[in-house]
Design a protein around this ligand. Structure first.
Ligand SMILES: *Cc1c(COP(=O)(O)O)cnc(C)c1O
Length: 441
């Protein structure tokens, strides 16, 4: 049966997606289980997936799209990689959850540690959010200090203490804390987090000079990819390492996106900076729910039941998630995977450049691609992102979708290339973007 691919503007029906969205909104807040899926910022409505394989998914109306969102990062091998699915199926027949020890947990810890020298131990959770929550409790337990420092535009999951934005700026005052960026977070909790701009070591120094003895840790994405792609210099990361060490604070790299994305390991190793703890998620679950905290035994042994820092999970170390993750990590040992997806990224850049539309470009590292549709310097901090770039992405989004190409439904999110993408898919993306760009120009 021929695949129905959306080719011309609005040439395909979304009647069933629209009907499901109506129905979902009755019973699920906003019709979604994670807010950005509502497609509000791109003036769209959610497309309801029916099935997915490789680089494509098919919606409930029978339309097929090339997917460049890839479940927000986990699917580095593409949708439903046959070898991963086979492992998942085999694991499922052996039991969906044990709530008890099994060999896969240790195999997973060993597989992660092989890629993350010189760390020694891993605690598994069911999501990246949970991994970060655990890491924060651990650094507070280890240091006996209350404050956490993060950076504006970094995302670390939806836990209370991390849904904060910069406060009124008085970082040298008695109350340095940030403001909550969500209702429902008491100011006492938000106030334990300090949010600074990326890239500014002088601000970090100033903060530590006043509050260093109360700061448990700095947490950041060493490769910030949740608010555009705000690449930081190795010097910035090294500076954070130096300052935290100087003040007896700890450094956490949240590599939930970047872990195993650019090579079989973390971004910290590429930048030459080793944090005290690393948090992982997304790729290590191979498309199934997972999170992981990685660190030295000295810190990790503070976790219960060895130490006094409590952490637990009914589904932690889930055998089906581990089956998907282990097979994925095994396949990622083949460097050809990374070479392929990076080459696709370079091809996309070249194709866009051919169109000679100066603002039509992407910010890219390896297989992480952020469309940033404006000329001039590329932003390295959240407040440098041009509103025009966001406007253009939003204006072009639905035309690209109508051409059968699914991008993340937010201008602040990055696209992910996978092993299942081929040159032809990237060419279609480029062609759709160029056509949409000409239409808005
Ligand atoms: C996705 C993400 C998280 C949260 O992970 P979930 O599995 O969605 O809870 C945390 N940190 C970073 C850097 C992420 O990209």
């Amino acid at each position: 049966m021929a695949k129905k691919t959306a080719t011309a503007s609005n040439s395909f029906s979304r009647a069933k997606s629209d009907a499901w969205f109506e129905r979902a909104q009755q019973r699920i807040p906003g019709g979604v289980n994670s807010p950005v899926r509502a497609c509000k910022s791109v003036n769209g409505k959610p497309i309801f997936f029916a099935k997915a394989s490789g680089a494509h998914f098919t919606d409930v109306d029978g339309n097929t799209f090339i997917d460049f969102c890839m479940s927000w990062g986990p699917l580095i091998l593409g949708h439903a990689d046959p070898e991963v699915v086979a492992e998942v199926q085999a694991a499922a027949t052996r039991g969906l959850s044990y709530g008890a020890c099994h060999p896969g947990e240790t195999a997973m810890a060993e597989a992660i540690l092989e890629a993350f020298p010189p760390y020694e131990q891993v605690r598994l959770t069911s999501s990246g959010t949970e991994a970060v929550m655990t890491a924060l409790r651990l650094v507070r337990g280890a240091t006996g200090r209350p404050l956490i420092v993060k950076f504006e535009g970094g995302y670390h999951g939806h836990s209370d203490g991390l849904l904060v934005k910069a406060g009124s700026g008085l970082i040298t005052g008695a109350q340095p804390g940030a403001e909550a960026s969500s209702q429902g977070i008491p100011k006492e909790i938000a106030g334990l987090t300090i949010s600074l701009p990326f890239g500014d070591l002088a601000e970090v120094e100033k903060l530590f000079a006043f509050h260093g003895s109360r700061i448990a840790a700095i947490i950041l994405e060493p490769l910030p990819a949740n608010n555009g792609l705000l690449m930081q210099t190795p010097e910035f990361l090294a500076g954070l390492r130096r300052i935290t060490t100087q003040y007896g604070s700890l450094l956490i790299f949240d590599e939930v996106i970047s872990g195993f994305r650019l090579h079989s390991g973390g971004y910290g190793a590429l930048a030459g900076v080793l944090p005290d703890l690393v948090t992982l998620g997304k790729i290590v679950g191979g498309g199934m729910p997972i999170g992981a905290v990685v660190g030295p035994t000295k810190l990790m042994s503070l976790l219960a039941p060895v130490g006094p820092v409590y952490q637990a999970g009914t589904l932690s170390g889930n055998p089906v998630s581990i089956a998907a993750g282990l097979k994925t990590l095994e396949k990622l040992k083949n460097p050809a995977v990374y070479a392929h997806i990076a080459a696709l990224g370079a091809r996309l850049e070249a194709k866009l450049a051919d169109a000679k539309i100066p603002w039509l470009r992407v910010r890219r590292i390896g297989s992480i691609v952020w469309p940033y549709f404006v000329e001039g310097p590329l932003p390295t901090r959240a407040d440098e992102i041009s509103p025009l770039a966001i406007e253009r992405y939003n204006a072009m989004y639905n035309a690209v979708l109508d051409a059968g190409v699914y991008m993340p439904p937010s201008a602040y999110e990055v696209m992910f290339l996978s092993a299942a993408h081929a040159e032809a898919h990237v060419d279609e993306l480029a062609a759709a973007l160029i056509a949409a760009a000409r239409a808005v120009a």
